[in-house]
Design a protein around this ligand. Structure first.
Ligand code: ZN
Length: 112
């Protein structure tokens, strides 16, 4: 488990806010799968980031971020009641990064 933060300011936002339990579960799983994660943004006042259900992760530390996003979205389903509408992982930019988001119904093991 190797979880780090892009700055002290982001670390402070991470430890002083409440995040969704599924996000905790997901981040643990991500670090277990890929050995490391760097949080580049967490709580902020806009969009899903304001709900404690999203973080952004640094992507350039991995060799194939696009492939990772596909793999993870094949295994995690954002909301089984709205299949295909939203993903858990978005790889986008600029600057390129992973946007991670969860929902109450986010499920692991879509394609076991
Ligand atoms: Zn984001």
């Amino acid at each position: 488990m190797n979880l780090s933060f892009a700055s002290e300011q982001i670390f402070n936002k991470f430890v002083t806010r409440v995040y969704h339990p599924k996000l905790a579960e997901f981040l643990w799983w991500w670090c277990d799968q890929f050995y490391k994660a760097v949080i580049t943004s967490c709580w902020r006042s806009d969009g899903v980031h304001s709900t404690g259900r999203a973080v952004d992760l640094r992507s350039y530390i991995y060799s194939n971020p696009e492939g990772m996003a596909k793999l993870v979205n094949a295994e995690w389903e954002y909301d089984p009641k709205r299949p295909g509408k939203y993903d858990v992982v978005y790889y986008h930019g600029p600057p390129n990064h992973f946007h991670i988001q969860v929902h109450d119904r986010t499920t692991y093991g879509r394609n076991p």
